[in-house]
Design a protein around this ligand. Structure first.
Ligand SMILES: CCCCC/C=C\C/C=C\C/C=C\C/C=C\CCCC(=O)SCCNC(=O)CCNC(=O)[C@H](O)C(C)(C)COP(=O)(O)OP(=O)(O)OC[C@H]1O[C@@H](n2cnc3c(N)ncnc32)[C@H](O)[C@@H]1OP(=O)(O)O
Length: 226
Protein backbone atom coordinates (compact mmCIF):
# COMPACT_ATOMS: atom_id res chain seq x y z
CA UNK A 1 0.00 0.00 0.00
CA UNK A 2 2.77 2.50 0.94
CA UNK A 3 4.24 4.24 -2.11
CA UNK A 4 7.92 4.57 -1.27
CA UNK A 5 9.92 7.17 -3.20
CA UNK A 6 13.69 7.70 -3.26
CA UNK A 7 14.76 11.14 -1.96
CA UNK A 8 15.39 12.25 -5.55
CA UNK A 9 11.98 11.04 -6.78
CA UNK A 10 10.35 12.73 -3.80
CA UNK A 11 12.06 16.04 -4.63
CA UNK A 12 10.88 15.90 -8.25
CA UNK A 13 7.36 15.00 -7.16
CA UNK A 14 7.25 17.75 -4.50
CA UNK A 15 8.12 20.35 -7.15
CA UNK A 16 5.33 19.06 -9.41
CA UNK A 17 2.85 18.93 -6.51
CA UNK A 18 3.67 22.55 -5.58
CA UNK A 19 3.22 23.71 -9.19
CA UNK A 20 -0.15 21.98 -9.51
CA UNK A 21 -1.12 23.40 -6.10
CA UNK A 22 -0.37 26.96 -7.23
CA UNK A 23 -2.27 26.47 -10.50
CA UNK A 24 -5.28 25.14 -8.56
CA UNK A 25 -5.16 28.00 -6.05
CA UNK A 26 -5.24 30.41 -9.01
CA UNK A 27 -8.23 28.44 -10.33
CA UNK A 28 -10.03 28.58 -6.96
CA UNK A 29 -9.42 32.35 -6.81
CA UNK A 30 -10.85 32.77 -10.32
CA UNK A 31 -13.78 30.46 -9.46
CA UNK A 32 -14.87 32.57 -6.49
CA UNK A 33 -14.38 35.90 -8.26
CA UNK A 34 -15.70 35.17 -11.75
CA UNK A 35 -18.71 36.97 -13.19
CA UNK A 36 -18.58 35.30 -16.65
CA UNK A 37 -21.99 34.35 -18.15
CA UNK A 38 -23.63 30.96 -17.46
CA UNK A 39 -22.54 29.38 -20.79
CA UNK A 40 -18.90 30.10 -19.89
CA UNK A 41 -19.51 28.66 -16.39
CA UNK A 42 -20.87 25.49 -18.05
CA UNK A 43 -17.75 25.27 -20.22
CA UNK A 44 -15.54 25.67 -17.15
CA UNK A 45 -17.55 22.95 -15.37
CA UNK A 46 -16.81 20.48 -18.19
CA UNK A 47 -13.10 21.36 -18.12
CA UNK A 48 -13.05 20.91 -14.33
CA UNK A 49 -14.68 17.46 -14.64
CA UNK A 50 -12.07 16.47 -17.25
CA UNK A 51 -9.30 17.53 -14.89
CA UNK A 52 -10.85 15.50 -12.05
CA UNK A 53 -10.84 12.46 -14.36
CA UNK A 54 -7.14 12.94 -15.13
CA UNK A 55 -6.11 13.23 -11.46
CA UNK A 56 -8.36 10.30 -10.48
CA UNK A 57 -6.38 7.83 -12.62
CA UNK A 58 -4.43 6.99 -9.44
CA UNK A 59 -5.87 8.07 -6.07
CA UNK A 60 -4.83 7.34 -2.49
CA UNK A 61 -7.54 6.04 -0.22
CA UNK A 62 -8.65 8.57 2.39
CA UNK A 63 -6.31 7.56 5.27
CA UNK A 64 -3.25 6.89 3.14
CA UNK A 65 -0.37 9.33 3.66
CA UNK A 66 0.86 11.10 0.51
CA UNK A 67 4.13 9.85 -0.99
CA UNK A 68 5.51 13.40 -0.79
CA UNK A 69 4.82 13.63 2.97
CA UNK A 70 7.12 12.82 5.86
CA UNK A 71 5.04 11.26 8.68
CA UNK A 72 8.02 11.23 11.06
CA UNK A 73 8.46 15.01 11.02
CA UNK A 74 4.82 15.78 10.25
CA UNK A 75 5.49 17.57 6.94
CA UNK A 76 2.16 17.59 5.10
CA UNK A 77 2.25 18.71 1.51
CA UNK A 78 -1.54 18.94 1.34
CA UNK A 79 -2.01 20.71 4.69
CA UNK A 80 -4.98 23.09 4.39
CA UNK A 81 -2.84 25.70 6.17
CA UNK A 82 0.66 25.53 4.69
CA UNK A 83 0.54 22.71 2.12
CA UNK A 84 2.15 23.72 -1.18
CA UNK A 85 -0.08 21.13 -2.92
CA UNK A 86 -3.37 22.18 -1.33
CA UNK A 87 -5.85 24.08 -3.50
CA UNK A 88 -7.48 25.50 -0.35
CA UNK A 89 -4.40 26.46 1.72
CA UNK A 90 -3.71 30.23 1.68
CA UNK A 91 -0.83 28.89 1.98
CA UNK A 92 0.99 30.22 5.04
CA UNK A 93 4.80 30.13 4.85
CA UNK A 94 6.19 29.32 8.30
CA UNK A 95 9.67 29.75 9.68
CA UNK A 96 10.58 27.74 12.80
CA UNK A 97 12.72 29.49 15.44
CA UNK A 98 13.11 26.69 18.02
CA UNK A 99 15.85 28.54 19.93
CA UNK A 100 13.23 31.26 20.69
CA UNK A 101 10.44 28.63 21.14
CA UNK A 102 8.61 30.53 18.40
CA UNK A 103 7.52 30.18 14.83
CA UNK A 104 6.54 32.95 12.45
CA UNK A 105 4.02 32.53 9.62
CA UNK A 106 3.54 34.91 6.71
CA UNK A 107 0.32 34.80 4.75
CA UNK A 108 -2.04 36.88 2.61
CA UNK A 109 -5.60 35.56 2.71
CA UNK A 110 -7.70 35.66 -0.48
CA UNK A 111 -11.34 35.82 -1.50
CA UNK A 112 -12.02 32.08 -1.03
CA UNK A 113 -11.59 32.56 2.73
CA UNK A 114 -13.86 35.57 3.08
CA UNK A 115 -16.28 35.89 6.00
CA UNK A 116 -17.97 39.30 6.32
CA UNK A 117 -17.44 41.28 3.07
CA UNK A 118 -13.76 42.08 2.64
CA UNK A 119 -12.76 40.36 5.89
CA UNK A 120 -11.08 37.06 6.63
CA UNK A 121 -13.49 34.40 7.95
CA UNK A 122 -13.08 34.01 11.73
CA UNK A 123 -12.68 30.24 11.42
CA UNK A 124 -9.78 30.79 9.06
CA UNK A 125 -8.15 33.19 11.54
CA UNK A 126 -8.55 30.46 14.20
CA UNK A 127 -7.01 27.92 11.80
CA UNK A 128 -3.95 30.11 11.22
CA UNK A 129 -3.55 30.62 14.98
CA UNK A 130 -4.03 26.89 15.67
CA UNK A 131 -1.26 26.04 13.25
CA UNK A 132 1.41 28.35 14.72
CA UNK A 133 0.36 27.38 18.27
CA UNK A 134 0.88 23.67 17.56
CA UNK A 135 3.93 24.31 15.49
CA UNK A 136 5.79 26.48 18.03
CA UNK A 137 5.47 23.54 20.46
CA UNK A 138 6.41 21.00 17.79
CA UNK A 139 9.49 22.95 16.68
CA UNK A 140 10.72 22.99 20.29
CA UNK A 141 10.30 19.19 20.48
CA UNK A 142 6.85 19.03 22.13
CA UNK A 143 4.54 17.81 19.39
CA UNK A 144 0.91 17.34 20.36
CA UNK A 145 -2.72 17.55 19.29
CA UNK A 146 -4.71 20.69 20.09
CA UNK A 147 -6.78 19.86 23.20
CA UNK A 148 -8.19 23.35 23.65
CA UNK A 149 -8.07 26.59 21.69
CA UNK A 150 -9.32 30.04 22.61
CA UNK A 151 -9.36 32.93 20.16
CA UNK A 152 -9.95 36.65 20.74
CA UNK A 153 -10.80 38.71 17.69
CA UNK A 154 -9.55 42.23 18.47
CA UNK A 155 -9.80 44.00 15.09
CA UNK A 156 -11.16 43.04 11.64
CA UNK A 157 -8.60 41.14 9.53
CA UNK A 158 -8.79 42.31 5.90
CA UNK A 159 -8.38 40.15 2.81
CA UNK A 160 -5.34 40.78 0.60
CA UNK A 161 -3.19 42.23 3.39
CA UNK A 162 0.17 40.61 4.22
CA UNK A 163 -0.15 39.16 7.75
CA UNK A 164 2.36 37.91 10.28
CA UNK A 165 1.15 35.11 12.58
CA UNK A 166 3.48 34.32 15.48
CA UNK A 167 3.25 31.36 17.84
CA UNK A 168 5.20 30.98 21.07
CA UNK A 169 5.56 28.00 23.36
CA UNK A 170 4.99 29.24 26.92
CA UNK A 171 5.26 26.17 29.15
CA UNK A 172 5.49 22.38 29.15
CA UNK A 173 4.27 20.04 31.89
CA UNK A 174 4.54 16.37 31.11
CA UNK A 175 2.62 15.67 27.90
CA UNK A 176 0.87 19.06 28.06
CA UNK A 177 2.17 22.25 26.45
CA UNK A 178 0.70 25.76 26.49
CA UNK A 179 1.29 28.22 23.66
CA UNK A 180 0.13 31.71 22.73
CA UNK A 181 -0.14 33.34 19.30
CA UNK A 182 -1.10 36.60 17.62
CA UNK A 183 -1.98 37.92 14.18
CA UNK A 184 -0.80 41.36 13.03
CA UNK A 185 -0.61 43.13 9.68
CA UNK A 186 2.95 43.21 8.37
CA UNK A 187 2.83 47.01 8.02
CA UNK A 188 1.26 47.67 11.48
CA UNK A 189 2.91 45.12 13.79
CA UNK A 190 2.02 47.04 16.96
CA UNK A 191 -1.74 46.39 16.52
CA UNK A 192 -2.94 42.92 17.54
CA UNK A 193 -5.74 41.83 15.20
CA UNK A 194 -6.37 38.46 16.85
CA UNK A 195 -4.77 36.35 19.54
CA UNK A 196 -5.03 32.78 20.69
CA UNK A 197 -4.01 30.37 23.38
CA UNK A 198 -3.89 26.59 23.16
CA UNK A 199 -3.21 23.51 25.21
CA UNK A 200 -1.44 20.86 23.15
CA UNK A 201 -1.34 17.30 24.45
CA UNK A 202 1.12 14.73 23.11
CA UNK A 203 -0.45 11.33 22.49
CA UNK A 204 0.87 8.41 24.50
CA UNK A 205 2.74 6.03 22.14
CA UNK A 206 0.13 3.25 22.54
CA UNK A 207 -2.70 5.69 21.85
CA UNK A 208 -0.88 7.09 18.78
CA UNK A 209 -0.63 3.57 17.29
CA UNK A 210 -4.42 3.25 17.62
CA UNK A 211 -5.25 6.76 16.39
CA UNK A 212 -3.08 6.49 13.26
CA UNK A 213 -3.54 2.73 12.59
CA UNK A 214 -5.57 3.35 9.43
CA UNK A 215 -2.64 5.18 7.80
CA UNK A 216 -0.57 1.95 7.87
CA UNK A 217 2.49 4.07 8.74
CA UNK A 218 4.49 4.97 11.82
CA UNK A 219 3.39 8.53 12.66
CA UNK A 220 5.66 10.13 15.27
CA UNK A 221 5.05 13.84 15.05
CA UNK A 222 2.03 14.09 17.39
CA UNK A 223 3.45 11.75 19.99
CA UNK A 224 5.40 12.27 23.22
CA UNK A 225 9.02 11.61 22.36
CA UNK A 226 11.03 10.49 25.36
C1 LIG B 1 5.34 21.05 3.27
C2 LIG B 1 6.38 22.01 2.99
C3 LIG B 1 6.79 22.87 4.12
C4 LIG B 1 7.53 22.11 5.14
C5 LIG B 1 6.80 22.14 6.47
C6 LIG B 1 7.67 21.55 7.46
C7 LIG B 1 7.23 21.13 8.60
C8 LIG B 1 5.85 21.25 9.05
C9 LIG B 1 5.67 20.29 10.13
C10 LIG B 1 4.75 20.32 11.01
C11 LIG B 1 3.74 21.32 11.27
C12 LIG B 1 3.66 21.40 12.76
C13 LIG B 1 2.61 21.49 13.53
C14 LIG B 1 1.27 21.74 13.08
C15 LIG B 1 0.47 20.52 13.17
C16 LIG B 1 -0.82 20.48 13.42
C17 LIG B 1 -1.63 21.63 13.77
C18 LIG B 1 -3.03 21.22 13.84
C19 LIG B 1 -3.36 20.63 15.20
C20 LIG B 1 -4.64 19.92 15.13
O1 LIG B 1 -5.49 20.24 14.36
S1 LIG B 1 -4.85 18.58 16.18
C21 LIG B 1 -6.46 18.00 15.74
C22 LIG B 1 -7.53 18.43 16.72
N1 LIG B 1 -7.34 17.81 18.02
C23 LIG B 1 -7.68 16.55 18.30
O2 LIG B 1 -8.11 15.82 17.44
C24 LIG B 1 -7.50 16.12 19.74
C25 LIG B 1 -8.61 15.15 20.18
N2 LIG B 1 -8.46 14.85 21.58
C26 LIG B 1 -7.72 13.80 22.03
O3 LIG B 1 -7.24 12.96 21.26
C27 LIG B 1 -7.49 13.72 23.50
O4 LIG B 1 -8.50 14.37 24.22
C28 LIG B 1 -6.12 14.28 23.93
C29 LIG B 1 -4.98 13.52 23.23
C30 LIG B 1 -6.03 15.79 23.62
C31 LIG B 1 -5.94 14.09 25.42
O5 LIG B 1 -6.22 12.72 25.70
P1 LIG B 1 -5.37 11.90 26.78
O6 LIG B 1 -6.11 10.64 27.06
O7 LIG B 1 -3.96 11.80 26.35
O8 LIG B 1 -5.50 12.90 27.98
P2 LIG B 1 -5.33 12.73 29.52
O9 LIG B 1 -6.65 12.74 30.15
O10 LIG B 1 -4.38 11.59 29.84
O11 LIG B 1 -4.61 14.14 29.85
C32 LIG B 1 -3.21 14.39 29.63
C33 LIG B 1 -2.95 15.82 30.10
O12 LIG B 1 -3.58 16.73 29.20
C34 LIG B 1 -4.54 17.55 29.89
N3 LIG B 1 -5.70 17.77 29.03
C35 LIG B 1 -6.39 16.86 28.32
N4 LIG B 1 -7.37 17.43 27.65
C36 LIG B 1 -7.30 18.75 27.91
C37 LIG B 1 -8.06 19.88 27.48
N5 LIG B 1 -9.07 19.73 26.63
N6 LIG B 1 -7.71 21.09 27.92
C38 LIG B 1 -6.67 21.24 28.77
N7 LIG B 1 -5.91 20.21 29.20
C39 LIG B 1 -6.24 18.99 28.79
C40 LIG B 1 -4.90 16.76 31.11
O13 LIG B 1 -5.37 17.61 32.14
C41 LIG B 1 -3.58 16.09 31.46
O14 LIG B 1 -2.72 17.03 32.08
P3 LIG B 1 -1.88 16.63 33.38
O15 LIG B 1 -1.02 15.46 32.95
O16 LIG B 1 -1.07 17.84 33.72
O17 LIG B 1 -2.88 16.26 34.40
Amino acid sequence: MARELTPEQRGVRRDAVAELGQALRDLVDAAVRTEVPPDRLAEATRAARDLTGLLSEDLREVHEIASVDDPATGERWYSPVYGPGSPVAPPMVVQDRPEERRCVGRVTVGKQHEGPPGLVHGGVVATLLDHVLARSARAAGHGGLTASLTVSYRRPVHLGVPLVVTGELVSVEGRRATATARVVAEDAPEITLAEGEATLVALRADRASEVFARTGRDVGAWTSRG
